[in-house]
Design a binder for this molecule. Structure first.
Ligand SMILES: Nc1nc2[nH]cc(C(=O)O)c2c(=O)[nH]1
Ligand code: SF4
Ligand SMILES: [Mg+2]
Length: 228
């Protein structure tokens, strides 16, 4: 995997919006989306980040200082580092600089790589093409399962359930969000999620991609078009 060279990262987009998913849904957040993802999910909504080695003109490599400056200018209290798959890079210089500037650091990752950096919040969204490491499931503050078919919920529980020390949110278990895959939104997936939440009420939460309903990312001209 390639490394960030001397305090720079290849950035696909950096924009100000609100967190559209998970426990921080609706909170103002600055998004830093790195380029490069070896996972290649069929329904990826950021496939533009896949151009790991090919860098069209629109793709920028930014320094940590530039990135922190942009977050500060925006006024956002937190920065969501996402991708692509951001953990293919050493995120320690960026996260340290953000935290020193008083900005909280949140991570969106598939969990398949070592996490290098200091994060206030870790979201692991596991992907079958490259399943997560046990230690990352244990580090996660929340787990986001993209429900892309009728067996997705039980298949993922079989895969990661034993990695969780407890499955009861009252005992400090991470929230496990069930989020409908955008192209499959419809009654069957919604019903499957509703039934799972009712059957396992301490384990699951029903999720949504609120930013797609609002199209809020597009309000910032520095955001790239969302697919799906
Ligand atoms: N507004 C907004 N919220 C998000 N939460 C997770 C996102 C992601 O692409 O990782 C995302 C995103 O792309 N936009
Ligand atoms: S892990 Fe995320 S960025 Fe990578 S292909 Fe899958 S959905 Fe897209
Ligand atoms: Mg997205």
């Amino acid at each position: 995997m390639s490394q960030a060279s001397s305090g720079t990262l290849p950035i696909y987009e950096a924009f100000y919006a609100f967190q559209g998913e998970g426990s921080h849904i609706g909170r103002a957040a600055f998004f830093i989306r790195t380029i490069g993802c070896p996972v290649r999910c069929s329904w990826c909504d950021s496939p533009g980040t896949w151009h790991k080695d090919h860098q069209p003109e629109s793709i920028q490599r930014l320094t940590v200082d530039e990135l922190v400056g942009r977050v500060q200018e925006s006024g956002a209290p937190l920065a969501v580092i996402t991708g692509g798959e951001p953990t293919i890079y050493d995120l320690a210089p960026l996260t340290q600089a953000l935290q020193q500037a008083g900005i909280r650091t949140h991570l969106e990752t598939c969990g398949a790589f070592d996490i290098r950096g200091s994060f206030d919040w870790i979201t692991v969204s596991p992907k079958w093409n490259l399943p997560p490491l046990r230690q990352n499931i244990q580090k996660a503050h929340e787990i986001k399962i993209v429900v892309d078919g009728p067996t997705a919920i039980e298949d993922w529980w079989e895969q990661i359930g034993s990695h969780c020390t407890t499955n009861d949110f009252r005992m400090g278990a991470p929230d496990i969000w069930l989020q409908p895959e955008a192209n499959q939104v419809g009654t069957a997936i919604h019903d499957a999620i509703t039934n799972a939440v009712k059957s396992y009420p301490t384990r699951y939460r029903a999720g949504v991609q609120l930013h797609k309903i609002y199209s809020c990312d597009a309000l910032d001209p520095n955001s790239m078009p969302v697919v799906g």
